[in-house]
Each structure stands twice: as C-alpha cells, then as structure tokens.
Design a binder for this molecule. Structure first.
Ligand SMILES: [Zn+2]
Length: 455
C-alpha cells in the first residue's frame, strides 16, 4: 500500500479518538419511534451526527428517512463496493467499571458501549475512505458506506434501504472479527408444545428463558414433595458434580440449576441451565413430555439425540439450543434454535427433530438459508491479502453460527474489526477498544478498498 496512506492514517490518531468519544456519548439504544426517528430519538441523534461527519469529510451523503444513511466516495463508475455497519447499540447492562456512555479514556484505551460493536469499526471504515480521498487514489469503482440503526433488533433499517436505494452487490461488514467470515450457517427455529404428564414427579412451576437465541444461565422449578426431594437433588448434584440447589418451602421444593450463559450459536464452553434442569427432573422421576425432552435434547448441543447431528468442512458442526422452557396451565412450551451447516438439508432435519419428540406439536418460526461466498472469490482473496499484508499473519476464511449484515449483500462477508487475540467484549460490560488497533484495522480497510475499487 502507498506510504502516503499509512502516514495519513497515523496522523488521524487523536482525531479518531475525539470522534469515537463523541459517537460513544450518544446512547443509541433502540427506543419508541418518534417523528423522523423510526428507532427513537437517541438513534436519530447518532444518525444525524454520523451524517454530518460524513458530509464534513466531503462524501456524498443520502438520508433514507432515519432508517439508514449512505456516504459515497465516487469512482469512475457508479458500481460501488459496500461497507455496511450499524450505529445502534445494545443496552449497557450492569457491572461496568465506568459510565458506559462517558467514553472514559485511559491512554490508548477507550471504554464504552459501542466502541467495538460497531461504532469504532465503522469509524475505521470512514477514516479508510478519508485517507483514500486525501491521498487522491484514483478509483474505478465507488466506495459506499451504509450505516443502519436497527442491527441489534429487527434489521428494519436494511429492509428500508434495500427498498429505497440500489443495494450494491459486493462488499463487507466490519461488524465481527478478523480475518474474515465468508460462511453463515442456515437457521432452523422451532417452538414445540406438549401437555405435561399426569403421573410421575409433579412440576408445579417452571418458567425459564425469554429468548430462543440465548443459552440460559439459571433455571428454577417448583416441585411437589418435601425433604426427600431436596435430598435427592443434593445426591444428584454430588453424583454429577453440577451446581444444583434445593429449598424446601410450604409450597413444595424450589430447585435451581446454575448454568453458564451465552449465545446459542456458540455453545462451546457454556452450560445450558434448562438442559441441566431436564436431566435433574428425569433423575427425580418425571414422566411424559419432560422426560422426552431430557432424552432428545438434555444438555447436548450437537442435536445428536434429535437425529440432527451434522457437520461439513466449510461450516463446522450443527448446534442446537433450547433457550426457553415454560410450563403454563399444564402445557410445556420450548424452543429449538438450530444453526445448520450449509450443506445440510433443512427439511430432513426438521422431520428428524419432530420424529424424536413424539407427543409434541411443532410450529416453524424460521427456516433461513445459509449465506456463503466462496473462498476463491475475488472478494475473499482480496480481503485476506489485505489482512495478511498489514498484519503479517496468513489467514483462512471462517464460518459462524451467528448472523451479520454481510448477508444483505449478494456477495458480502464479515471482515473485522476485532482481532483474533482480542477479548470478545461485544454486548458485554466493560466493552473497549485500543485506538492503535483501530488504526491498524483502518489500514487493513484502506488496503482492502484500494484492492477492490482502485484502478
Ligand atoms: Zn454489531
């Protein structure tokens, strides 16, 4: 890459920190819509700030009614390389070491909700475009940054943009990690219901989980019985080495299973508290639908006992998560969230899962095809070459069970901006970035955009 680009990017250090600080100080969490602000007034305030900043850099900006904006660095042709990201953030949550929206700075480090997901990375893309513009790199294709405000919720921003603008075909989303993700698994989401059994251990209350894509960290149930149940729970905890507790009350015995929470697409190293509870109930003598769930799902996340185990070289193994288990008025309702390798047949998996759960009625919530850009495509090879040139590290494309904006583009991949050795702090307390690493990402983006768009 041209030395001029490196010098320019290095010179942006304090300017980058100042702009990131301003962006972090807007708590752009999705809220009730207001006039001109489809995702709430704070999202609109963030949107206007980004719009003004892009305009100040001399890019051609367009405002799509507060849903999504774009900023274009024009090339010879209208064909654009897209860089897609978002300005909304998830709520701050608890346990922060500092005010999550104060953008507290400690030397090279800036703390704040949105520093790594996704305001920091989008500023990297913005500064990469600025450097290319200031260095006067001649462009054959245009470069278009598209910024949405609804990535963390329903993706209404990209729906709106796709309906009102000409969506580019090729590009990347700086909303995940380096080196590059070119494969997103398919999704199969089911809600299963069944009546509770009248014989066996009686479960009086059980209501765990709110979202199907979360691995629940705790499950509580109220069971009929007394001290003998509490003793059996203690014995089972002892036998399995798993953290269960029981408390005898006048209503029955409250039992608690403590799992390790996480995202359903990444079950490795986590422990689903619902699965723990199902195993415990089975050991205590539950019958019918609860026992069926314990056998067919339990604490496994590979779908094997559902007849759904599957893996391929490109996208790894299938994962399956039960995020919700509710007992209401004698009916059990639970969810299955499967992230499916790209060569698997979704219809077959659905049929197998239903066959493994006799007595249950299934409602299909989502059946989404996978997204894949071949490793040998021009896009993937160019981006990986840019990454390797700037970091000195050889790299292979990766897969994910999660979803990114990349799939909005016919040929889109996720590319940065967190590095393989970074702590994964997206959506967590204490989210931060190092400005020096942000500038390295900026160099990678500039390198990549030159490869894709320059003459
Ligand atoms: Zn994000």
């Amino acid at each position: 890459m041209d030395k001029k680009l490196y010098d320019l990017i290095d010179s942006y250090y304090e300017d980058f920190a100042a702009k990131l600080t301003r962006w972090i100080q807007v708590p752009s969490v999705k809220d009730e819509p207001a006039p001109g602000a489809p995702f709430g007034v704070e999202c609109r305030r963030m949107y206007d700030m980004a719009l003004e900043d892009c305009k100040a850099e001399g890019f051609v900006v367009r405002d799509f009614d507060g849903y999504a904006l774009d900023a274009t660095l024009p090339g010879e042709s209208d064909e654009a390389i897209a860089v897609l990201g978002h300005l909304d953030v998830v709520p701050a949550g608890d346990a922060w070491p500092c005010d999550p929206f104060a953008a507290v700075r400690e030397g090279d480090k800036i703390y704040g909700r949105g520093t790594s997901d996704d305001k920091g990375p989008m500023l990297c893309a913005l500064y990469a475009m600025r450097a290319i513009k200031e260095a006067g790199v001649p462009l054959k294709k245009s470069i278009r940054m598209i910024l949405g405000c609804d990535e963390e919720s329903g993706w209404e921003d990209m729906d709106y943009y796709a309906r009102h603008a000409d969506m580019p075909e090729v590009g990347f989303s700086p909303d995940a990690s380096f080196p590059l993700i070119n494969t997103e698994k398919a999704m199969l989401h089911l809600i299963m219901t069944a009546p509770v059994a009248e014989d066996g251990l009686q479960v009086k209350q059980l209501f765990t989980g709110e979202r199907m894509n979360v691995i629940p960290g705790e499950s509580k149930a109220l069971l009929a019985g007394g001290q003998e149940i509490a003793d059996a729970v203690a014995a089972y905890a002892e036998k399995t080495g798993l953290p269960y507790t029981a408390e005898v009350t006048t209503d029955g015995v409250w039992v608690t299973a403590d799992g390790i929470p996480g995202h359903s697409a990444y079950p490795e190293g986590r422990r689903n508290a619902i699965g723990m509870m199902l195993y415990l109930l089975k050991a205590l003598g539950v019958k019918g639908a609860f026992a069926t769930l314990a056998d067919a799902v339990g604490m496994a996340h590979d779908g094997a006992n559902l007849g759904c185990a599957y893996s391929d070289d490109v996208s790894g193994a299938l994962t399956c998560n039960m995020g919700i288990l509710h007992l209401v008025d004698g009916t059990i309702t639970c969810t299955l969230d499967m992230r499916v390798p790209i060569t698997a047949d979704l219809d077959v998996l659905e049929k197998n899962a239903l066959a493994a759960l006799p007595g249950f009625t299934a409602t299909l919530i989502e059946k989404k095809a996978p997204h894949h850009v071949p490793a040998e495509s021009e896009l993937v090879t160019a981006l990986l070459a840019a990454y390797t040139e700037e970091t000195g590290t050889p790299a292979q494309p990766q897969y994910t069970g999660g979803g990114t904006y990349a799939k909005v583009l016919r040929q889109g991949v996720a590319f940065g901006a967190s590095f393989p050795d970074d702590e994964d702090l997206a959506h967590q307390a204490g989210e931060y970035v190092l400005i020096s690493k942000m500038l390295l990402a900026t160099k990678i983006y500039a390198n990549a955009l030159v490869r894709l768009a320059a003459k």
